[in-house]
Design a protein around this ligand. Structure first.
Ligand SMILES: O=C(O)CCC(=O)C(=O)O
Length: 382
């Protein structure tokens, strides 16, 4: 198979953070998405794939190719897969999970000090009501100027960026409490980043590219580890119409490696209108989804699928004491957003002689920051 890159002149960085904007008009969050519509999808099956041939030693190329073929099918048909056989130790996962929960349980005054201006350091602590992921989605097509107002996602977050100064961010910040937070997060970040490297090798094989094709884009990568706390919700009255825990969006980078503690995540291959399907929760597995860069690279062959986290319709937790009843349990997730180098140019890879690129080349870091800042209500001048 022959791939050729779609290259016009290389893009130059154009983003200039200028002012905060206020969203005043109410639209349904999805009304801002592209008018491009897909055929309704009756069912979406997220396959479970054993990734171990890419991690264990002494596996054959044939074993790897079989996994790569399964990945190719999932990327073409769903844009989501669940992986087992990842070999990340359970005690690391559980230790990091517990330290993260302990951080979220701290009083707000212990968390706020880790908030940073997102234009400079798009990580740290983001409190309740500070993000609307569907606005980041709208920014991709330049529709934020249409003044969207969508209710904020019901969550708080802590994110960690890369350690390497060459990645182009200020030094990492870690909460001092709980004491085991930093160590767990450092090791977890590196382990999951390592896993991402294996998955990208599998992607390269699936695309019939050289096995190390993606390595040139990740030697000073901008990946982020983000923990999300979705608090318990005591009353339906606390939820605005259309409000989600994480509103409908696609992820921005290459892949996301997600761990959750229960259901709530939904995907839709349809945009107009979306048709939502639950992603099954599988213990000790990671959910992997493809981000926008993978879709652009493959000229939309591979999917970067719309997803969201809902407030479940009926999740009443019974209790003898009516005051303790909650309509919706607390939920925690940890997402590793694998991003390539900020200065890397992503140009469509074309494989047919007469194939036309659906996308202009972009600078990965600009694309990412533009979407992230839009989701936290910061507009940039182009
Ligand atoms: O919490 C989850 O299950 C998914 C979160 C998510 O999609 C995101 O933050 O991008």
């Amino acid at each position: 198979m022959v791939w050729r890159a779609h290259l016009t002149s290389a893009p130059t960085s154009h983003l200039d953070v200028t002012f905060h904007f206020i969203k005043i008009t109410w639209h349904h969050p999805l009304s801002t998405l592209s008018s491009h519509s897909y055929q309704g999808t009756m069912s979406v099956v997220v396959p479970i794939i054993d990734i171990s041939p890419f991690i264990a030693e002494n596996t054959t190329r044939e074993d790897k190719l079989q996994v790569a073929q399964q990945i190719n099918k999932a990327a073409l048909e769903v844009g989501f897969l669940t992986i087992v056989g990842h070999q990340i130790p359970l005690d690391l996962i559980e230790g990091t999970w517990k330290a993260t929960k302990d951080f979220f349980d701290l009083p707000i005054e212990d968390k706020i000090p880790y908030t940073r201006p997102q234009e400079e350091y798009p990580f740290g602590y983001n409190g309740m009501g500070t993000e609307v992921l569907s606005t980041g989605k709208a920014a991709e097509s330049g529709e934020v100027d249409e003044a969207i107002f969508a209710p904020p996602d019901i969550k708080e977050m802590f994110s960690l960026g890369p350690k390497d100064p060459k990645a182009g961010f200020p030094e990492r910040i870690f909460p001092v409490k709980p004491a085991d937070f930093q160590k767990n997060w450092e090791v977890y970040y590196d382990s999951v980043n390592n896993l991402a490297g294996h998955i990208l090798t599998a992607f390269a094989m699936a695309l019939e590219l050289p096995d190390d094709f993606f390595q040139q884009y990740i030697d000073h990568h901008a990946s982020a580890l983000r923990a999300i706390n979705y608090p318990a919700i005591a009353s339906r009255d606390d939820v605005l119409p259309g409000q989600c825990r994480a509103s409908a969006h696609t992820d921005y980078g290459t892949i996301t490696i997600l761990r959750t503690d229960g259901p709530g995540l939904q995907v839709s291959k349809d945009l107009d209108p979306p048709v939502w399907h639950d992603v099954p929760h599988i213990e000790n597995a990671f959910i992997i989804n493809l981000g926008d860069l993978m879709r652009r690279w493959t000229n939309d062959r591979w999917l970067s699928t719309l997803h969201r986290v809902i407030v479940p319709a009926a999740d009443v937790v019974p209790s003898e004491n009516a005051d303790e009843r909650v309509v919706c349990r607390r939920r925690q997730s940890m997402a590793f957003f694998h991003n390539i180098n900020r200065d890397a140019v992503v140009s469509t890879l074309l494989r047919e002689p007469d194939e036309v690129s659906k996308h202009e080349p972009i600078i990965a870091g600009d694309f990412l920051l533009q979407k992230h800042l839009a989701s936290v209500g910061i507009k940039q001048r182009k």
